[in-house]
Design a protein around this ligand. Structure first.
Ligand code: NAD
Length: 330
């Protein structure tokens, strides 16, 4: 029994508020609070649920992937659920993640691959006999939106692979480069249309168009970062998988590093935190993944996120006002 009634009330208030923000963000591509403010609400909910586990419900936002499947698109099932990532906000959280990984793999050596966390929209691409046949959003993780026709307009997505792999599903991030985002918002401002809050929302809004000509005009790109499903032998490690994806013709971000321990991971994260604004696309953190696919499988996942990966979120920058400020600070 929870003796503290305030805890229960607060949990309900937080859930209502988070559901409302999820709808604005995932369904309307129009968030009304900053991501760090949202993360703070989520963290508070997690902390209360950790203290009072009897308050955890299956529909709590802490237990589910936050996306939606919009009407107007055909919904398609994912072969393997597309999960979210749990978050780390500082060095201590990263060390805690490393401790959990080692506790679950006692006595084993673990190496990590550290990648840029591209601030875009997760996509899943299916290839049959090397041909692109289906593209989908993450949606709620179980079901995504079929956006194949829109993804066909994105030039960085190969329509045919260099090898006739019988079946492969590849996952990655679709994003809008900063200069395209700036131009799009300037045009919208001139036309008196509502501005996109950030490149992530602009990319999501552009991909979830019922008219693919609009998507085609938006200059989107992709970085692919994982094999979701492969008929046949897997490449053994995540970094070998990335190299193979590149050989197959996918655009893979060159900025990633294999690290032998958490200290090296932290140093690489700090390095990118200092130069995040130098990139022509927005990143909101780093993603740390156990490299061995066999160890990944043994670590498994919760309903919401894999235990073998974590997102390190950069601290928020001060509030910005003009479009130009936004572009310099995303
Ligand atoms: P997330 O964005 O924190 O992390 C998971 C996602 O990271 C993956 O689905 C993938 O799309 C992406 N990603 C980028 N680069 C990657 C890489 N190299 N490897 C693996 N994944 C990579 O989780 P989420 O569930 O998509 O979104 C939750 C976050 O969205 C929140 O933490 C918050 O910042 C934001 N959000 C904001 C609001 C708001 O109102 N402001 C509302 C909902 C969510």
């Amino acid at each position: 029994m929870v003796d503290d009634c305030k805890g229960k009330d607060r949990v309900e208030a937080l859930r209502r508020e988070i559901h409302r923000h999820n709808y604005q963000y995932y369904a309307l591509d129009n968030p009304t609070i900053r991501d760090d403010e949202y993360d703070q609400l989520m963290r508070e909910l997690l902390q209360i649920e950790e203290k009072y586990p009897e308050l955890v419900t299956a529909d709590s936002p802490t237990q589910r992937v936050g996306g939606v499947v919009q009407k107007g698109f055909t919904s398609v099932p994912h072969r393997v659920p597309m999960l979210s990532l749990s978050n780390a906000f500082d060095e201590g959280d990263l060390r805690e993640f490393d401790r959990r990984v080692h506790n679950n793999l006692p006595g084993e050596e673990v190496s990590y691959v550290v990648e840029l966390k591209i601030d875009g929209l997760a996509i899943s691409l299916w290839y049959e006999k090397g041909m692109f046949v289906r593209g989908a959003t993450r949606g709620d993780g179980e079901m995504g939106e079929d956006i194949t026709v829109n993804l066909r307009t994105v030039k960085a997505i190969p329509l045919r692979l260099t090898e006739e792999v019988p079946f492969i599903e590849v996952r990655g991030e679709a994003y809008m480069p900063k200069d395209s985002f700036l131009r799009l918002n300037e045009a919208r401002e001139e036309a008196g249309e509502q501005l996109f809050a950030n490149p992530r929302n602009a990319a999501a809004g552009s991909l979830r168009q019922l008219d693919p000509r609009i998507t085609a005009s938006r200059n989107l790109s992709v970085f692919m970062y994982a094999i979701g499903f492969l008929a046949g032998n897997n490449p053994g490690s995540h970094d070998k998988g990335l190299a193979w994806l590149r050989e197959l013709g996918f655009r893979v971000n060159p900025e990633h590093k294999v690290c032998q321990d958490i200290q090296e991971v932290i140093a690489y994260c700090q390095q990118w935190q200092a130069k995040r604004f130098d990139l022509p696309y927005a990143i909101d953190g780093m993603v740390i993944k156990v490299s061995s696919l066999e160890q990944q499988e043994r670590l498994g996942a919760t309903l919401k996120s894999p235990r073998w990966a974590i997102a390190y979120k950069f601290p928020a920058e001060q509030a910005v006002s003009t479009i130009k400020d936004i572009i310099l600070r995303v």
